[in-house]
Design a protein. Sequence first.
Length: 476
Amino acid sequence: MEPSASVEIAEPHTTVDSLAEELRAALPVTRIESLSIHDRTGDPVWMSGDLVGPDEHAIAIEAITVFEVEGSCAFISERLTPELGAALFSVASPRGELHGVVVLVTDAQTIDALGPAKLVSNKVRSILQRLAIVMKPAAATAAQRSVSLPRPAKARPEAPAVAEPARPGSETQRVRVDALRADIPRLDTPRTEPTVRGERVQTTQRVATLPVAAAGARPEPVREISLHVQQLMKLRSGGRTRRYEVLVRAKHSAAGAAMDESLVKALSLRESAGAIDRLVVAELANWLKANPGVWNSDPASFSINLSLGSLLDPEFSRFVAQCLQSSGVAPDTIGFEIQESAAIKHREDVARFIQECEKAGCYIVLDDFTMHSDAVPFLGSRAVRVVKVDPKLSTAAMHDRLAQAMVIAISQACKVLGLHCVAKRIDSTASRQWLAAVGIDFAQGYALEDPRPIQTLVTPPGATQKSSAQRPVSRS
């Protein structure tokens, strides 16, 4: 039976915060590593901890793509490490309109034991539907908008739902809405291509004093966000450039809160697409302007993860150009990481953005790369300079010959094209040695280096002790 229109009336005092607490209490999980809620662009609107970890952000974006393409898919579970797993819930209205995704990270054995039937209970489904109503941009009240980020200014037409061919051995499972409504869980056939999760999550330090209004609305200063960086470790000699990935971390308030309502409210009033990305770009450019020695004396580059909202926003590239012009920072100091899955689904928007980066002088990192035939043509762009191998391939390569062949193929393609090749989630000496032997240039992972405040790049060695702040769950 089709739900009536009256179902989509949000309760007057319902907020994302209140529903998040209801959801946490309703989930049949005793130990939750992290729980986060993301809007349809992948930007976090609520989190249980200090920050959204790299893997949570990456799988949120990929889950949104899956939920968009497969309209009947409501749940995905994925093994992140031998110990940890992720359960992803579609935040869709009773009419099936997708407005976001919930990411739960907990023990992998718990997810396997409970299964979709118990994880997506009637109570959980009800909360997710109420959450979708609150997060619905077009129907949000002023109070609701204080806890939800706006949708992108430009929306691409929805891709038709196409069934993907099966491949045995995938660790990703999906459950369709009709099966859940009937309380009879049904698993779809696993996906064809490996589903890879990158070191995802942007970062930033206090907010920019650059003229961000030149590219759109003038945001109020936000001080709850801080920039952190994670350096890529060289596996092979050659080149002086130090390469960093920029990560977003929420600053602690006086009461020890992480991303509180005031920050969410500030973000929700910004540009409708890629609000967090704009904060990161503006603050990074401002910080580099104030610390030219970091990138002038010894070359350094900083790559920023882009949300889907920024890729779909034609004004974002103009905003980047304005920040670079105002700061005087060399354009090739700043790059942008684009996931292969986004490049495949939004080819025209990604091609446009890459061309604009090529004109501006910024570089592009293709992230979670699997050598998908639809993504390979992007390697020919002059702006693409770095390729990050899908971490499922690089980790599986230590015991699987097909994965080894894929990693070697990607590495050799990068060598022919003059691109740098990076392997992520590397945690052992043996894997680093093998990757270096097959031509991988850099390794990245929490086992190699924790993210650290960007300010430490200018702090004299020994002046400060290593931060004791809790870092994201290590799954590199």
